[in-house]
Design a protein. Structure first.
Length: 425
């Protein structure tokens, strides 16, 4: 979520004020450590009821926002409202047992998330995978600790868990600030957020492209799912990784981005990959897994050769100039890699290029936009998709949910947010 917020407010601000992000991260971490130490080893200076205030306010806000929504947008807001209000009610009604319940929930989340990160780091061996492995180990250790009654017999569990989550998020903000500080002047800020970003040639270096003139354009994200339907969220493998298509062949699906009239981003292997014979080693982001790729010229050609896309998500107002700049650099290299330079990776990076500074160029109040962003469930969904992609890689299913969430986030720069603009082809 932190990365999404920073991306939407823009690279120019980040490059100039990276130190402010570092200070914010350190202060956020200090607050988390204070909650943690006070809850487990202090005098419980912070009453439990205090932790319920933001939960209740956010829960009521989400419930009120759900009344004017339909479909998935309404369910997301009602679900968020119900979860926050139930946790707040649990803390207020039975404080003697709330610590145990919250400890089990947070411990499960940290262990599952840390396990996912660890397995992904070992399997994919992406850039900085060793750092990811260390982070995953620490996360699992804290998750296991949440299951243990020591040292407060769960009486201080809520404050400790809140503090732990704040520390982890603050660590991510500090790491991002330091990566931005070390970034070459000619490299875009987005390369510090996403691995595998295309570099400019030697002749083009010396002038970075952060915050180039805004050229509002409407883009269309095309996604082909293996089953030609959208698998339920609880079917995570089928929705986000791979499933068998109508012919019984294992498929990951496909994603493409269309920026009329001249840009079509669709990266595909030059020779079809036999996915039935894939091993775990094939998913490593290493050079031995690089193969020749090809770029399809247009959606009309691709749909005629294959089939129309299963879903289309329309995103208006993105920076067309930045997307064209990204595509100019990306298409110089035909190399295809399942986990580093795939169709989904190309589309996700193009979306990020078009989103860079989206809310900053709206000219509205910073804190008002920030509040609306944090109170929007789709923003948390988009942030979660980025988190999963950072721990693993982008897949067509993740790109679809990311684009659908963004279609509800980008209208925040206007007075009245619009509905999800996903179309079933």
């Amino acid at each position: 979520m932190i990365q999404l917020v920073l991306l939407l407010f823009g690279s120019k601000i980040l490059r100039q004020y990276w130190w402010a992000l570092l200070i914010f991260g350190l202060l956020w971490m200090a607050l988390g450590l204070f909650f943690f130490v006070d809850a487990l080893f202090g005098d419980n200076l912070i009453p439990l009821a205090l932790f319920t205030i933001p939960l209740i306010l956010d829960g009521l806000w989400s419930y009120a926002a759900a009344r004017n929504r339909r479909g998935t947008a309404k369910l997301l807001r009602l679900g968020k409202s119900c979860a926050f209000l139930c946790i707040a009610l649990l803390i207020l009604a039975i404080p003697q047992h709330s610590g145990f319940v919250v400890g089990m929930l947070v411990g499960t989340f940290l262990c599952v998330d840390g396990g996912w990160r660890g397995v992904s780091a070992i399997t994919l061996r992406y850039t900085r995978w060793k750092n990811g492995l260390v982070f995953a180990f620490v996360e699992i250790v804290f998750g296991i600790w949440s299951f243990v009654p020591w040292p407060s017999h769960w009486e201080g569990e809520i404050g400790a868990d809140v503090g732990t989550l704040l520390v982890f998020s603050a660590a991510g903000a500090c790491a991002l600030a330091l990566r931005i500080k070390r970034l070459r002047p000619d490299m875009p800020i987005l390369s510090a957020m996403d691995r595998g970003w295309p570099e400019a040639s030697e002749l083009e270096r010396g002038t970075n492209q952060d915050g180039e003139n805004w050229d509002p354009a409407e883009v269309i994200v095309h996604v082909w799912t293996p089953t030609e339907t959208l698998a339920p969220v609880h079917h995570g493998i089928s929705r986000y990784i791979a499933a068998k298509d109508a012919r019984g062949v294992v498929s990951t699906g496909h994603a493409a981005l269309e920026l009329p009239p001249d840009v079509y981003i669709s990266h595909y292997p030059a020779v079809e990959i036999d996915r039935d014979e894939l091993t775990l080693d094939a998913f490593r982001t290493t050079e031995e897994n690089d193969i020749a790729g090809r770029f399809l010229p247009s959606y009309a050609v691709e749909s005629a050769e294959w089939t129309p896309s299963t879903f289309q998500v329309v995103l208006p107002g993105l920076n067309g100039a930045a997307i064209r700049r990204f595509w100019q650099l990306y298409q110089r290299d035909l190399t295809y890699n399942l986990t580093n330079r795939s169709c989904a990776c190309a589309v996700a990076k193009a979306l990020d290029a078009g989103l860079d500074g989206f809310l900053a160029q709206a000219g509205r109040g910073f804190f008002g936009l920030l509040f609306r962003l944090l109170a929007t469930p789709e923003a948390w969904v988009a942030g979660f998709m980025r988190l999963r992609a950072d721990a693993m890689t982008w897949t067509p299913g993740m790109v679809l949910d990311y684009a659908r969430a963004l279609s509800c986030v980008t209208p925040l720069s206007k007075k009245r947010p619009s509905e999800d603009r996903t179309k079933r082809a």
